[in-house]
Design a protein around this ligand. Sequence first.
Ligand code: DAK
Length: 260
Amino acid sequence: MEYKNLLLENNDGITTLTINRREALNSLNSSVLAELECALYELDLDAAIKAVVLTGAGDKAFVAGADIKEMSELSSFEAHDFARRGQRLMLLINRMRKPVIAAVNGYALGGGLELALACDFIYASEKAKFGFPEVGLGVIPGFGGTQNLARLIGSNKANELIFSGRIINAAKALSWGIVNEVFPADELLLKVLETAREIAGKGTLGVAYAKDAIVNGLSMTKEDGFRYEASLFGVLFATDDQKEGMGAFLGKRAAQFQGK
Ligand code: DAK
C-alpha cells in the first residue's frame, strides 16, 4: 500500500517506520492514525519482519501530539471516532507479535508520548523532549497515556508530569525510567537498529511469546500471570524454534530460527 505520511524502510527483517509530516512536527491527524494502523497490521502479518522501529522525520520531533488544528474542528461523533482509532492503534502495538521500539528523536508530546509509551521500549536522542500538555488544552491524555505512564514509572511521577503539563528533557526521562537509553542524535537510529538486530536473531516465537506474557501478565494477578507464563512456555515446546534453539546450543552452532 502507498502511504502519504509514512516512510517504510526494510533491512534484514527490520522495518523502520518513519512518521513523515514535518510541516506539522509529525503530529497525528486521522490520516496518519489510519496509515499507522494499516502499516503495523501488515507488518505484523509479514513473517519476514522480525522487529519494527518507529520514529519521526526530521531532527525536531518524534510526534508533537495529536493534530490540534484538526482536533479543534471535530464534531462529537468525529472525536469519538478519532479516539477509537487512536486507542485501536495503541492496542494493536501491544498485541503485535513483533517488538516495536520507539526511537524518540525530538518532541514526544501528548499523543506522541502516548504512541512512544505504547511501544515495547523507548530509546531517545539527547535532543528528545517529553510531556503531556493536555491539561493546558483543557483535556487529558486519551490514548492510554494516564494508564501506561503510571504503570511504567509509578503514579507519583506520572501525576507530576500530567498535572503540570511540563516538558522534560531526555536526561530526566532516563532518570525517571521513561526511556531505556539516551544517545547523541546522530547515533540514535544506529543504536536502535543494533538492538533490533540483536532481537531479530533470537527465537522469533520466543520473543513473540515473551511480549505476550509481559503485556498480558501486567493486567493479571501474579499467580494468574505465572500460570499464563507456564502455558506459553509449554506451547513453545511444540515449535520448531524450540527444537532449533536447544539443538543449536547442544550442537555448538548458531541457531537459525524460522518462526514456526
Ligand atoms: N498539531 C498541529 N500542528 C502542530 C502541532 C500539533 N500538535 N505541533 C506543532 N505544529 C505545527 C505548528 O503549528 C507549526 O505550523 P506552522 O505555524 O508553521 O504552519 C509547525 O508545526 C512548527 O511548530 P512551531 O512553530 O510551534 O515550533 P516551535 O519549535 O516554536 O515549538 C512545540 C515546538 C512542539 C513546543 C510547539 O509546536 C507545540 O507546543 N506544539 C503543540 C504541542 C501540543 O500541545 N501537542 C498536543 C498535545 S494534546 C484523544 C486522545 C488523545 C489526544 C487527543 C484526542 N481522544 C481520545 C479524542 C491527544 C492529544 C494531544 O496530543
